[in-house]
Write a protein that binds this ligand. Structure first.
Ligand code: ADP
Ligand code: MG
Length: 251
């Protein structure tokens, strides 16, 4: 990218970031204010400020070690920042107890990881039902409906070892969707997949976005990254640039 283009993008990104902050608070799902995370000597995140609107799709990119997973863990209520505030629906999650964080995560957030974390001795539908168990009550019909959504109804009784990588990832997505989360966090969801399965996962994310979900996706893949409304690039724990892809696509 030319320097001028980069500067234009940065300007536009700052303008949309300001606009996002000005949006009425009911439009905002997530706000990070001065978020830092320090591991002994490593500044994994430094002074991150970001406002995410409801139904926005954000991609998080940056080289290995730039803080992407740390950011997702903090937003996903799995870790707390060293300093700063994280407002989810206006509630500062950095001030909540572990117990209440578990509830928030269960009710509002769907997590999709690169590693599938499926239980190997349970079938696809049973793996989805484990998530229901933590949320409410296992309900096979509902779990089957979730599998149908990701095109896996006919694989419901298969064990993970009998499924391809792409199919296992789709079981994970079905599992993440069981509570109808308003925020979907995906850390390298296509990292282990071939092109065809990557397209399938992108298609599922696109549909969830169309249905109203807010999405944050960490990815190394420019094609996946470009699906977003805005792309946040991290570098050594800081935001290096925010690209307003939506505005660029409209121009
Ligand atoms: P990314 O996901 O972008 O590869 P991470 O968020 O995993 O980056 O890591 C950011 C930085 O924080 C790295 O330098 C990493 O080594 C460090 N880090 C991450 N987790 C820990 C931890 N639990 N203890 C110490 N350092 C960590
Ligand atoms: Mg990572």
């Amino acid at each position: 990218m030319s320097e001028l283009k980069q500067e234009q993008n940065l300007k536009q990104a700052l303008a949309t970031e300001t606009k996002a902050q000005e949006a009425s608070s009911s439009d905002i799902l997530l706000e990070l204010k001065g978020v830092s995370k320090i591991y002994e000597t490593v500044n994994a995140l430094q002074d991150i400020n970001l406002t995410v609107r409801k139904n926005e799709w954000i991609s998080v990119m940056g080289s290995s070690g730039s803080g992407k997973t740390t950011l997702m863990n903090i937003v996903g209520c799995m870790d707390k920042p060293s300093t700063g505030a994280v407002l989810l629906d206006g509630q500062d999650i950095t001030k909540e107890s572990q117990k209440s964080l578990t509830t928030i995560r269960r009710e509002k957030i769907g997590l999709i990881f690169q590693q599938f974390h499926l239980i190997q001795f349970l079938t696809a539908v049973e793996n989805v039902m484990v998530a229901q168990y933590y949320h409410s009550m296992p309900d096979e019909e509902e779990a089957m409906a979730a599998l149908e959504k990701v095109g896996l109804k006919d694989r419901a009784k298969h064990l993970p070892s009998q499924l391809s990588g792409g199919e296992q990832q789709r079981v994970c997505i079905a599992r993440a969707l069981i509570n109808n989360p308003e925020l979907i966090l995906a850390d390298e969801p296509t990292g282990n997949l071939d092109e065809e399965n990557e397209q399938m996962v992108i298609g599922i994310l696109r549909r969830l976005h169309d249905e109203g979900a807010t999405i944050m996706v960490v990815t190394h893949d420019p094609e996946v990254g470009d699906e977003a409304d805005r792309k946040v690039v991290l570098d050594y724990g800081r935001i290096k640039e925010i690209v307003d892809l939506k505005a660029l696509k409209q121009n």
